[in-house]
Design a protein. Structure first.
Length: 121
């Protein structure tokens, strides 16, 4: 009888691990922020294709990038809003001033938002 109970417990644990461990082992990234590689804050670049690049944040599954013009406090043009799995976005931007934010997500948490400015000449 005891062997049968252990078997049921073992089966239950295996099912939990296979189906529910994601909820138990999700990394809390709510106090972390994504490190921007390029472009640096207050960068001045030539118009054309711009590569936004950031470091992978441990525990993140995707990244939300929002680009507005000229700033979040005075949005005149909502340029881009996307959720990406990777750590790079290539986009063509015309001449202007931009502000952009980057935030990492996973199945249970959202990181701090990183905000940066950019000027295209």
């Amino acid at each position: 009888m005891l062997k049968k109970i252990y078997s049921y417990v073992l089966i239950g644990v295996c099912l939990f691990v296979l189906t529910g461990c994601e909820d138990v082992f999700v990394e809390n990234i709510s106090d972390d922020s994504v490190e921007i590689v390029f472009p640096a804050n207050n960068a001045v670049l030539q118009s054309g294709n711009i590569s936004f690049v950031w470091e992978r944040l441990y525990g993140a599954t995707d990244y939300r990038i929002i680009i507005v013009s000229p700033s979040f406090s005075d949005i005149q043009n909502y340029v881009h809003d996307d959720t990406l799995i990777g750590t790079r976005l290539d986009i063509t931007l015309p001449v202007g001033t931009y502000e952009w934010s980057l935030q990492a997500d996973n199945f249970g948490y959202r990181s701090l938002k990183t905000v940066s400015t950019l000027e295209i000449r």
